[in-house]
Structures are given as C-alpha cells and as structure tokens.
Design a protein around this ligand. Structure first.
Ligand SMILES: *Cc1c(COP(=O)(O)O)cnc(C)c1O
Length: 419
C-alpha cells in the first residue's frame, strides 16, 4: 500500500436541498408572479413573510395525487394561523385541526365546516370544551378530566359531545424532529388506560367517533412514518374492541417533514402512499365504517413561504462579514435555531435581488437584537450583499411569525401577506 498518498479525500460538505419552488428571473426572485423587489416596494416595509397561494394548492394537489383516494387530509393550523391562509386551506383540504378555542373560532370564521374539524391539546379549559360541543367540533379527549366537563356541556346544550380518544401510544416515531408520543407524555391518554376511558365515554353517553394518534413531527424518513402509521392503526384496532361505538374517524397523525438543513432530502411519498393503501384495505375489512385521516402542518404550508428582511449594514469584524438585517429571531425564532433544535443549523438563505450572482463569500446574517442568539445564518456562502439587499429565508411558511417572540426588544412586528 502506498502510504505517501494517505491524505483523506476532501469530504463534500452537506448541501441544502435545491429550493426550486420560487423561480428566478435574472437577478430577481419571483413570488406570486412579481419580483421580490416590486413586492417589497409595494408593501412599503420589511421584514415580511410572504406565502404563495399557488404553491399551497400545488402541494395539496400533489399530495392527493400521490395518496390513495379516500384518505382525508387535514390541516393542523398551528403551523400557520394567518386568517387568509387558513381560509385558503379550508378550500383545499378535508378538515382543519385546531389546538385551542381561539384557533377554532378563527377557522370557523374562515368558513371551515365544524363537522370536519377536531380539537386536540393537553389542557383544554371548561369554556373551550363547551365551545367545541356548541360548534359541533370533534374533541380529541386527552384526559379523564375532560369527560365530566364534556358531559356537562352536552347536557347544557342538549347535544352529545362528539369525541375521539387521543392515545399516547406505546411506541415512538423514529427519526422524528419532535417526539410527541410514547413513554410518559402530557399528550393523550396512555394506551393501557384507554379501555377504562372508553367505558366512561359509553357510560356518560358521549358520541364516540374514533381515535387520534400523533407520534411526532418533522420526519423525513418514509420507513419510520410507515412503521408509526402501521403501529398506530394496529393499536387503534386493538382498542376499538373496547369502544362503545364503531370507529368512524381514525386520525393516524402525520409528522411529514420538509428539508430545512444541509444534507436533508425531501420525504419520499411513494412508500408512505403504498403502506397507507394497505392500511386502508385492512380498515375496509376490520373497521369498515372508519375513514383514515392525516393531519399535516408544515408539510402543507412550510415550503410555500419566505421570510424577507433587508440588509441594514454590512459590517466586517476581524475579517468576518456580518450582514445586519432588520429581521431576526423576534420574527423567525425557528430560523435562528431556538425553536426546538438541539444543534443550530442554517435554513436555506438567498439574496433575493442577486439570484444570478455566484455565492462568493461566507457571511453571518444577523438581526438587530442585542443577543448573540439573533442569527439567521452562520458562515453561509452567499453572493456579495450590500445595504438595501433583500435576504430571503426559505422554508418559512410554518412556525414563523406566530411561533416567534415578536414583543422581544420592542422592534416593529412583521407583515404577513398571501399572494
Ligand atoms: C403540531 C401538531 C401537528 C402538526 O405538526 P407538523 O409537524 O407541522 O406537521 C399535527 N398534529 C398535532 C396533534 C400537533 O400537535
């Protein structure tokens, strides 16, 4: 063996998946048919979030084309509760899943059909449960405590509460960004306690409709999602033997992820669709009244949105370039790396008015806040940017404005527009 050539081969750095959803024309990124520069001028201010209707519709259409027919697609609106966007989603999906009475009222005001809505969350207040029963929204029961409150609301309103049981399963979703089921959790009722809960639902005369399982979020591994859905289905089937009525609604969760960070690839829907078709076949025999539901948040809206901030200053500190922008973690906590990430990584970022220039310099993109946490990109290769340029953060349609501490440090809030 030739030991003189033992230097390790240069390892390619992981790259962001290509962002192709918004086209470029010359120097300009195009959003909703116009250049980002024109849009920023028309809005008269930065920073802003912009979401594109056509991309929302395209995403749902592609998902429907990939999945077996008959699978219900629900939008989990906590991903992006902008009223206009929720209104747009109401027209595209089969139902809206809410996590508070506030979200419920917002969705109803946007025209959502209460019969196709469900309400989940570990700490529902008595007034919230009452409001859900009044509206006719399905309540995903997460605690024994909710049952007498639902029974009381049913009695007061003269209509039986519609309920499903959110089960805390006895397995976890592998490869998930955020685990929300398995082990001790505040979500749902432990699988082993569910037969007793079901008996209580029957005794109180509530209208039992099915089960809700949600194993976790931001998963890019098709096999892990398939496995979680199969285990969820089988658990629901076992529990259905104890149910006071046939299962009509079986919400298998979702957790479909989108590529945010270098090295991540889009989820392959092929295997997920194939396994769901099998489960649907089984359901036709084993729970013939049940329809299968997927509840998706970021997968439906995340890629359709951009966060846009303007470069206020270009500073050089000891040889490193800092693009100081008017936007930051107060509007986009997730891109700063402080919304549930363990290790900070960069979202995909571009200069929206220099799309035709090569990335020639490594820069830090920061915000105006007096904290080192206010970082939108670290050591990112970008075209040489100047004051006034528009920094674009891709994959920003979910968990952006509503999931950020806008009051922190008293800077202006950001606009949100749907184009
Ligand atoms: C947050 C949440 C979702 C949406 O998660 P995404 O990762 O945005 O798809 C769906 N269902 C439940 C119960 C949730 O809490």
């Amino acid at each position: 063996m030739d030991t003189t050539s033992a230097a390790p081969p240069a390892r390619a750095l992981p790259m962001h998946a290509p962002m192709r959803q918004f086209p470029a024309k010359g120097a300009d990124l195009i959003v909703g048919g116009q250049s980002l520069r024109e849009l920023a001028a028309a809005l008269g201010q930065t920073p802003f979030y912009v979401y594109e209707r056509a991309l929302l519709a395209q995403r749902v259409a592609e998902l429907r084309a990939a999945l077996p027919t008959g699978i219900h697609i629900h939008y989990a609106m906590k991903a992006n509760p902008l009223p206009a966007l929720v209104g747009c989603m109401v027209g595209l999906v089969d139902g809206i899943d809410v996590a508070s009475a506030g979200e419920m009222h917002l969705a109803l005001a946007q025209g959502a059909d209460p019969r196709c809505m469900s309400f989940a969350g570990p700490g529902k207040r008595a007034q919230e449960l009452h409001a859900a029963v009044e509206a006719g929204v399905l309540v995903n029961v997460e605690s024994f405590r909710e049952l007498p409150l639902l029974a009381q609301a049913s009695q007061d309103l003269g209509r039986a509460a519609r309920v499903a049981v959110r089960v805390n399963p006895d397995f976890e979703l592998k490869g998930s960004g955020m685990r929300m089921g398995g082990g001790p959790k505040q979500f749902g009722v432990d699988a082993e306690e569910v037969p007793r809960l079901l008996a209580e639902i029957g005794r109180l005369g509530l209208q039992f409709e099915g089960f809700h399982l949600f194993a976790g979020s931001q998963n890019l591994r098709a096999e892990a999602i398939c496995e979680a859905q199969r285990l969820s289905y089988e658990l629901a089937l076992r529990l259905s033997a104890h149910a006071p009525a046939p299962v009509r609604h079986l919400n298998l969760g979702g957790g479909f992820g989108i590529p945010y960070f270098p090295g991540e690839q889009p989820l392959d829907l092929g295997p997920v669709a194939a396994r769901l078709a099998e489960l649907q076949g089984r359901a036709g025999r084993e729970m013939p009244e049940a329809h299968l539901v997927l509840e998706l948040g970021r997968y439906l809206v995340g890629e359709a949105g951009l966060y846009v901030a303007r470069v206020l200053d270009r500073k050089v500190s000891r040889g490193q370039v800092f693009l100081v922008t008017d936007g930051g973690l107060h509007h986009h906590l997730a891109a700063s790396g402080n919304f549930g990430q363990v290790i900070r990584k960069n979202y995909p970022v571009a200069i929206g008015n220099r799309m035709d220039e090569p990335a020639t310099e490594s820069v830090h993109v920061v915000g105006p806040l007096c904290t080192p946490l206010d970082l939108l990109a670290e050591r990112m290769m970008l075209p040489a940017a100047q004051e006034g340029d528009l920094v674009v953060v891709y994959q920003s349609g979910a968990y952006g404005a509503s999931a950020s501490p806008q009051g922190f440090l008293g800077h202006p809030g950001c606009l949100e527009v749907l184009v």
